[in-house]
Design a protein. Sequence first.
Length: 82
Amino acid sequence: MPGGLVYSKAGIDDVSGANAILPARTYDNYPAARAILQVVYEGLQLPFDLALRVESRWFAKILRTPEAAAMIRSLFRLHCRS
C-alpha cells in the first residue's frame, strides 16, 4: 500500500481518509464503492490467494444488489441505443 502497511499510521490515515470522502462523493448510493474499500482493507492483511477469495465473495455479493441490477439495466439500454 503506498501509504504503508494497513496497521501503520500512514495506512490507517489512508483508509480513514477514503472512508470519510466516500459518502460525500457517492452519497452512499453505490454500495460497490464501500465494498471496494473493504476488500482493499481486508485483502492487504491476507496472503494473496486468500485475498483473491475474499474479493470474489464481495464481488458476488455486490453483483446481487438492486443497485447493480439497475446500473446493468440502464447502462445496457444506453449502450443499445447508440
